[in-house]
Design a protein around this ligand. Structure first.
Ligand code: GDP
Length: 482
């Protein structure tokens, strides 16, 4: 508003609220309360989004408004593509191009793959829609102003059974047996399988081919962003968008994943009830993939060794010194609150018992809370996903974080919170000899990076062949941007 000069405080508040321009104003606040409140909970980020990234996001939002669901362009394009499936047409041009993100695996895997797909959409001028079923209701706000990213319920594109596969198409292209007539829709499955082959998705020649396909289904469970840095046609643009390439997920994650009101209420209720009073908040993410091969007691010992040796939590005395703890409380001794996120309730219970029954050598008061203990991973379950999302977000609000090696659940927490966690290694199957180790970079690990150069020869050592790519500490086969 040019007629009034807002005070500096208002500008600053607006700046924090909009995460230094990452978010756009204009949303109805009540529809997504976390948008206007999350900056009260997260520490201000030291990573500022570049002006170029901000301008790309604003342009993207504009594109999404023009081409997203319920627009004239979308309705027309979707008809053309759907009809081409039925009558085999292969040529009609559409006004816009699209990605439909297809889910696979757990929520952490899905969040990092949505962020990667969105970056791909930014790089290729596509509109991204997501196949969210009932299991994701109430988790995330709409990220794009005056539009929706949800694939409409009545879309014919929930079913991808007969969509031509990118993998076979690119093989034909490389063997020079590809027919000129490309389909209008194609399915690229980049998720891990035991016959994993990247099929040169990171190569310019694949991207030229995919650029001709109006609708691309994208399925992946990994953070495939580092691959884009191997793609010459993308690299320059990426470096303009992200002069600091170690905060890509941090920016994209905070931009895309705002807790919807129900999730936000759970997060803030928990925070106000247990975390506000803490001098320090410690998050422990304990992911046990198979309790048969990794016994809980071994994991518990590992957690204690890691947290005590690195002074993340204090050791305990033989017994509870009630006079000490009473006076400590009176003297306002430090209170550390520990949030335990795990499928198994025994971790929170064990820690809680330990600190309730014994005094700490530092005199600190330790309170332990575990929001849930689901027992096992469930698929397609809304309540279960809600708990997972709330816990990822709560972990992202902690001052100190310990995450389990290789877990994408932990990747999301550290990325949103911009923390360099301690990585807890598996006590049984551990290639490094460390119990836990400090992470050096906030970016998630891309667990299945390309195996070949674009001419087909094998990449012997990806970290020495490409700039800014290193093997991950927690998953040495994978890579991350540094
Ligand atoms: P990853 O398998 O560790 O990489 O993480 P994902 O998030 O992709 O998949 C694990 C899924 O199991 C989560 O999405 C949850 O559904 C469930 N899960 C695992 N650990 C926890 C936890 O600590 N808390 C909750 N609530 N759910 C969990």
């Amino acid at each position: 508003n040019s007629t009034s000069t807002p005070s500096k405080e208002i500008n600053d508040d607006e700046k924090y609220k909009l995460l230094d321009g990452l978010l756009v104003s204009g949303f109805d606040e009540a529809s997504c309360i976390s948008r206007s409140q999350s900056h009260f909970y997260h520490k201000p980020s030291p990573h500022k989004p570049s002006q170029y990234l901000i301008s790309k996001l604003r342009k993207y939002e504009e594109l999404h408004r023009r081409c997203g669901p319920n627009t004239r362009a979308y309705n027309k394009d979707m008809k053309i593509i759907a009809n081409s499936k039925q009558n085999g047409t292969h040529c009609a041009a559409t006004t816009c191009k699209y990605i439909i993100w297809v889910p696979v695996n757990g929520l952490g895997n899905q969040i990092i793959s949505i962020a990667s797909s969105f970056l791909y959409a930014l790089l290729t001028d596509r509109v991204m829609l997501v196949q969210f079923r009932k299991d994701k209701e109430g988790l995330f706000c709409e990220p794009f102003l005056n539009s929706t990213w949800l694939l409409p319920k009545d879309s014919p594109f929930w079913n991808t059974e007969n969509v031509q596969r990118y993998q076979s198409t690119i093989e034909m292209e490389m063997n020079n047996t590809l027919n000129e007539d490309l389909p209008l829709a194609m399915f690229a499955d980049l998720s891990f399988s035991y016959t994993f082959e990247e099929r040169f998705f990171h190569c310019d020649h694949s991207q030229f081919l995919l650029g001709k396909i109006p609708l691309l289904f994208l399925k992946s469970s990994t953070y495939f962003v580092p691959s884009f840095f191997l793609t010459p046609i993308f690299e320059k643009e990426l470096r303009k968008m992200f002069p600091d390439i170690t905060s890509i997920f941090h920016h994209l994650g905070r931009y895309l994943f705002r807790p919807a009101n129900e999730a936000w209420e759970r997060i803030t209720n928990f925070y106000q009830q247990y975390l506000t009073k803490a001098n320090e908040r410690v998050g422990l993410q304990i992911r046990v993939y198979d309790p048969n091969s990794t016994p809980h007691q071994d994991v518990m010992n590992h957690i204690l060794n890691c947290t005590l040796e690195n002074n993340l939590l204090p050791r305990v005395l033989g017994t509870k010194n009630t006079s000490l703890s009473t006076s400590s409380r009176k003297n306002k001794t430090n209170t550390k609150v520990v949030i335990v996120a795990s499928l198994y309730p025994q971790y929170g219970n064990n820690l809680n018992t330990m600190y309730q029954n014994k005094s700490t050598v530092t005199g600190e008061v330790i309170e332990v809370y575990q929001p849930s203990g689901e027992g096992k991973q469930k698929f397609g379950d809304n309540k279960h996903n809600m708990k997972a999302w709330v816990e990822m977000y709560l972990l992202s609000l902690c001052d100190v974080l310990v995450t389990t090696s290789q877990s994408t659940f932990g990747y999301v927490a550290k990325g949103l919170g911009n923390s360099r966690p301690w990585i807890l290694y598996n006590p049984v199957n551990n290639q490094t000899k460390e119990i836990c180790e400090r992470e050096f970079i906030v970016e998630p690990c891309h667990k299945y990076p390309p195996l070949h150069y674009c001419n087909g020869t094998t990449i012997e050592d990806i970290s020495s062949s490409f700039h800014n790519i290193r093997h991950c500490k927690d998953f040495p086969f994978g890579v991350k941007l540094v």
